[in-house]
Design a protein around this ligand. Structure first.
Ligand code: HEC
Length: 160
């Protein structure tokens, strides 16, 4: 057989070369694959959206929870402009992730009540101060942010 002559050629049909046949076959196949991939992505998206909307605890959080109110106050007064939580935030003031266990509740309150020469006095209400303290307690109990206390492994995972 001459090189380039198709093994698929039939009398009366257009005589494609082997390469052309392979190309045509791939094009036909890839169209089907594309459609199948698209349809499965649409289905996966629909299923995942359905799953999320039926399983996520969105709207089930109690807004009366002081920790959540404290987080709202934390955002309202933009404490993270100067403070970090787990290293994220502004760097004018210290990381406050573990301030609750390191310094205690009264110390935190004192800062909120008086401010410092650098940290503004925000005139928080009694309720807001309690809520922010509850929020910082919640953050503190979620883990340890000091990188020196974190064990690092060769594969990039860490252990607290
Ligand atoms: C303008 C920047 C700034 C903002 C905004 C700010 N702080 Fe501060 N904060 C500081 C600085 C700076 C310090 C360190 C004390 C100092 O140098 O005056 C500090 C210290 C603290 C401390 C003591 C930390 C420690 O380990 O000694 C607490 C607690 C604190 N801030 C809470 C808050 C809270 C809660 C908010 C939001 C309501 C807030 N801060 C907003 C700048 C800020």
């Amino acid at each position: 057989m001459n090189p380039g002559t198709s093994v698929f050629s039939r009398p009366g049909l257009k005589n494609y070369s082997t390469t052309q046949n392979v190309h045509l076959f791939l094009r036909m196949l890839s169209d089907k694959i594309k459609i199948a991939a698209f349809v499965s992505l649409v289905l996966a998206f629909a299923a995942y959206t359905f799953y999320l909307y039926t399983h996520l605890p969105v709207g089930q959080q109690k807004t009366s929870d002081p920790v959540i109110r404290g987080k709202t106050a934390w955002q309202k007064y933009n404490c993270s402009a100067c403070h970090q939580i787990y290293g994220l935030g502004g760097f004018l003031g210290p990381d406050l992730t573990n301030v609750y266990s390191l310094r205690g509740k009264d110390y935190i309150r004192a800062f909120m009540i008086t401010g410092t020469t650098i940290m503004p006095q925000f005139h928080l209400s009694e309720q807001e101060m309690n809520d922010v303290t509850a929020f910082l307690y919640g953050v503190d109990s979620s883990g340890n942010a000091d990188p020196r206390s974190i064990k690092k492994y060769y594969d990039g995972t860490i252990e607290q």
